[in-house]
Design a protein around this ligand. Structure first.
Ligand code: GDP
Length: 305
């Protein structure tokens, strides 16, 4: 099975798939990658790697549990003193080691896939963790205050500017990597995890003819929305500007050309079966609040397979 992942909702599910020892490999969004303090942060890849390594901070679903922030705090004091913007993303000391090492590999002309596979090996991960492409793609948010990178919008500006559109800079240059091409040839089942459809999944689907290649596969998706609210993150405003209803109906509509099975929450009273046509619909508990719940959802998916 191939899992398509962003950095929060799907890693929560991946932790369950790992618990039941499911056989899967992961293709990860890199549109949110960002250079800061001299290093390349690849937030979704880091979350997937740390989840599979069992060291993710499960309170925040980013960074390494029990990490310290000594370097970040010192940089912040220096920036305050110099009245400059400074390091506005909180980066843990151990997490930074990953970023420094990744960036050195890239500076030595390794591509993103090679750098990620080297990191995954170091963390003892048996699954393939593959960036969606090797090219640098930037998720850009058009706002009432101008265009900004996703990280500037979401982390630095805390999602406050009014969203007018979302696009992926350079996506026309992105190529399906040979590692992903091989995976697509080998696997018939694709799981689109409960991730932001616009900022986490759409970039992956937009790499060359990736979306087209999913049409003859068995595609299952778990909704990232219960009722009319995403469980976290900016999916609501992003879906709105793309003309989608902010609900599981809207998510199903968005994936309708590729989706075979859609899993929603059993409490979701917004589900309109007339709007989710030609897709097998299942309801269960999709709120992943702890290890037990992520295991249960993973088992539910295994039974669907
Ligand atoms: P990002 O890269 O951090 O934006 O991560 P993702 O796109 O992977 O995850 C964000 C999405 O996950 C949001 O749309 C959330 O609504 C969804 N999400 C977060 N926690 C859960 C959960 O426990 N269950 C489900 N079904 N979705 C979740």
């Amino acid at each position: 099975m191939i899992v398509l992942s962003g950095g929060t909702g799907t890693p929560k599910l991946i932790s369950g798939l790992k618990q039941i020892d499911e056989d899967f490999n992961i293709i990860v969004n890199t549109g949110e990658d960002y250079w800061i303090s001299g290093n390349l942060i690849s937030p979704d890849i880091d979350s997937v790697i740390y989840t599979l390594a069992g060291i993710i901070d499960k309170e925040r679903w980013w960074g390494i549990k029990d990490d310290t922030f000594v370097t970040h705090e010192e940089i912040s004091r220096m920036a305050y003193n110099a009245k400059v913007k400074g390091e506005w993303m909180q980066i843990g000391d151990l997490d930074r080691a990953t970023h420094i090492f990744r960036s050195d590999l890239i500076r030595e002309n390794k591509n993103k896939t090679e750098a990620t596979l080297i990191l995954a090996k170091y963390f003892g991960i048996k699954q393939k963790v593959l960036p969606m492409c090797n090219e640098d793609i930037n998720t850009i948010i058009k706002t009432g205050e101008g265009e900004m990178h996703f990280q500037e919008f979401w982390v630095y500006r805390r999602g406050e500017p009014l969203v007018e559109d979302v696009y992926f800079r350079n996506i026309e240059k992105a190529k399906i990597t040979k590692e992903i091409d091989r995976l697509l040839k080998e696997e018939d089942t694709v799981l689109i995890g409960p991730s932001n459809p616009i900022s986490s999944i759409l970039p992956i689907l937009s790499v060359e003819n990736f979306r087209e290649r999913l049409k003859d596969k068995y595609v299952i998706s778990i909704s990232p929305i219960i009722g009319e609210k995403p469980i976290s993150g900016p999916a609501a405003s992003f879906m709105q500007v793309k003309g989608l209803e902010v609900s599981s109906n809207g998510v199903a509509e968005f994936y309708k050309d590729i989706l075979d099975v859609f899993v929603v929450d059993y409490r979701d009273n917004m589900i309109d079966k007339k709007k989710i046509k030609d897709i097998d619909l299942y309801a269960t508990d999709i709120l992943i609040e702890n290890d037990e719940k992520s295991k249960k959802l993973a088992q539910f998916i295994r039974n669907l397979l």
